[in-house]
Design a protein around this ligand. Sequence first.
Ligand SMILES: *[C@@H]1O[C@H](CO)[C@@H](O)[C@H](O)[C@H]1NC(C)=O
Ligand SMILES: *[C@@H]1O[C@H](CO)[C@@H](O)[C@H](O)[C@H]1NC(C)=O
Ligand SMILES: *[C@@H]1O[C@H](CO)[C@@H](O)[C@H](O)[C@H]1NC(C)=O
Ligand SMILES: *[C@@H]1O[C@H](CO)[C@@H](O)[C@H](O)[C@H]1NC(C)=O
Ligand SMILES: *[C@@H]1O[C@H](CO)[C@@H](O)[C@H](O)[C@H]1NC(C)=O
Ligand SMILES: *[C@@H]1O[C@H](CO)[C@@H](O)[C@H](O)[C@H]1NC(C)=O
Ligand SMILES: *[C@@H]1O[C@H](CO)[C@@H](O)[C@H](O)[C@H]1NC(C)=O
Ligand SMILES: *[C@@H]1O[C@H](CO)[C@@H](O)[C@H](O)[C@H]1NC(C)=O
Length: 346
Amino acid sequence: MGSSFRLTTACAAALSLPLLASSSPVSRNHSTTPFDWDETKYVIAFGDSYTYAQGTLGYANSTFIGSNLNISFTPQQLLSDRIQQEDVDSTANRGPNWIEDITQCGTKEGLTDPRTCPVQLWDFAFGGADITVEYLPLHHNWSVQLVNQTAQFLDYGQPVLKDFVDADKTLVAVWIGINDIGDSDELAVDFPTFYDEDITAMFEQSITPVYNAGYKKWLFMNLPPLNRSPPNLVRAAGPLPNATMIDWWDESLQSHADAFAAAHEDASVMIFDANTFLNGVLDNATEYGFTNTTGYCPEYDQPLPVEQYGCLPLYDYFWYNTGHLTTHTHSVIAAELEKFLKAWSK
Ligand SMILES: *[C@@H]1O[C@H](CO)[C@@H](O)[C@H](O)[C@H]1NC(C)=O
Ligand SMILES: *[C@@H]1O[C@H](CO)[C@@H](O)[C@H](O)[C@H]1NC(C)=O
Ligand SMILES: *[C@@H]1O[C@H](CO)[C@@H](O)[C@H](O)[C@H]1NC(C)=O
Ligand SMILES: *[C@@H]1O[C@H](CO)[C@@H](O)[C@H](O)[C@H]1NC(C)=O
Ligand SMILES: *[C@@H]1O[C@H](CO)[C@@H](O)[C@H](O)[C@H]1NC(C)=O
Ligand SMILES: *[C@@H]1O[C@H](CO)[C@@H](O)[C@H](O)[C@H]1NC(C)=O
Ligand SMILES: *[C@@H]1O[C@H](CO)[C@@H](O)[C@H](O)[C@H]1NC(C)=O
Ligand SMILES: *[C@@H]1O[C@H](CO)[C@@H](O)[C@H](O)[C@H]1NC(C)=O
């Protein structure tokens, strides 16, 4: 990502949402098909390293299935693929992430068949993804951008999944933009315009086609506080991206989600305000069990537990490395998100 780090591995209807403890989630409800988290049995996910689940048939340290070099897969491959959870560095967080936590799918060490999970997780996120090569280049020739993740899902996943995945009981979750804002932070562009075009491409090329395949329940996550990442805290010229840039992205995401919800009465469209929530966690770190919110263990990618290299236990750190969150931070997000999803369901 830009100069600081790269992630290789983010209304019309008045809403009477119950007040939530600490986050200030933004959300809206136009939907004629109400969302109910307790009735949700499937999650289909798209995004980047914050969100991918490692699959036995996925590119290493990047995704559940395939890569840009082998984007297609057979029905038999999809159904034989397993989520792989290992206590090793996989460049993202070394342990379950938020989407595995909320679905309880792939949280246990070893291999998990998504069909055996309380909420089945079908995860097409790819580490290092941006929205589209129209605006930002691939990190690697194997990287799958968001618009290609959704195409991959529709071309090869949906024909198989439609036989047993009930769209009415499915939440589609999207966390993207973390790489986009980092990869573009030194471009000579007007950032609000650039972000808006990039997000427009997402709604046109990813969200609309998946909605048209019958998926009406949507969760978007806005950007984490990347302006407070360890390198950004000590960057002489100030954080990049800074809080203003992150707000521009988040405002654009909000307005596109609002417009999408307004245009599709049968869609439930939720945004979890990860930015406000995680800024709050950083401000109240000890309440959440963190003792170090400003640095990360330099030996995060070494084979032994990080204490062996003189670091605190990984649990103590908010940041896993320069731009990723620890598995503890992911579990904190998941706990708050679950409250949010339940509150939305009422
Ligand atoms: C959302 O709208 C649906 C359909 O009108 C309704 O059943 C549900 O209670 C609403 N949810 C919230 C949180 O307002
Ligand atoms: C895609 O290629 C990788 C090797 O890069 C391989 O491990 C994986 O099994 C392949 N996946 C599929 C679905 O063909
Ligand atoms: C994936 O991560 C593991 C653990 O850090 C590492 O040993 C391996 O080389 C990585 N594989 C690739 C293809 O990057
Ligand atoms: C992808 O990139 C790798 C490493 O740069 C290179 O070795 C490989 O030949 C490339 N593959 C294709 C299909 O371009
Ligand atoms: C990815 O999407 C772009 C358009 O956004 C398209 O040009 C490209 O062919 C797609 N690649 C794959 C592998 O689907
Ligand atoms: C953040 O960066 C943008 C784009 O360069 C700039 O317009 C804005 O003033 C900066 N905001 C802060 C708080 O530094
Ligand atoms: C953090 O502390 C501030 C100030 O006490 C409070 O307003 C905020 O809600 C707290 N946030 C979280 C996530 O606990
Ligand atoms: C946070 O952890 C890093 C790495 O272990 C360490 O260098 C740094 O001093 C710690 N910061 C604080 C405030 O304890």
